[in-house]
Design a protein around this ligand. Structure first.
Ligand code: THU
Length: 141
């Protein structure tokens, strides 16, 4: 279950590759995500924008939905890469909520501008979404 640094490097490289598929003609801000599943599979996603801006879907949610549609519902780590940013950009609030449906709070999350290189933030889903209702309420009544 414990995901090591080497696995996180691999995930970040896959997220970086996924960002190349981003459809982001409006923001010009590409995002790639790679999710490691409990069974070892990796699922990637990129952001997909729309001229009706509100229909845009983030890379992280596309990775989750891609995985669920392949029968996978349990993830142990996530990497996000934003190659058009100088600073690491973490997942938006909506994506944190969606991720928490399928990942435990201790799951590793790495986000960075350039992939597996320097300057990435290594954290956990619990740090990004504290007081998560699904896990905090689990086991009660
Ligand atoms: N975006 C993501 O894909 N993930 C995030 O966590 C932040 C934002 C996308 C949405 C939009 O296509 C672009 O980045 C600019 O907001």
């Amino acid at each position: 279950m414990n995901v090591d640094d080497k696995q996180m490097d691999t995930l970040a490289a896959l997220a970086r590759a996924a960002a190349e598929y981003a459809y982001a003609p409006y923001s010009k801000f590409r995002v790639g995500a790679a999710l490691l599943a409990a069974d070892g599979r990796v699922f990637t996603g990129c952001n997909v924008e729309n001229r009706s801006f509100g229909l845009t879907v983030c890379a992280e949610r596309n990775a989750v939905f891609h995985a669920v549609a392949q029968g996978c519902r349990s993830f142990t780590a996530l990497a996000i890469v934003t190659p058009d940013s100088d600073v690491p950009v973490g997942p938006c609030g909506a994506c944190r909520q969606v991720l928490s449906e399928f990942m435990l709070p201790q799951s590793r999350v790495r986000f960075g501008a350039g992939g597996s290189g320097e300057g990435a933030v290594d954290t956990s889903l619990g740090e990004l979404l504290p007081f998560d209702s699904l896990h905090d309420l689990a086991g009660r009544g």
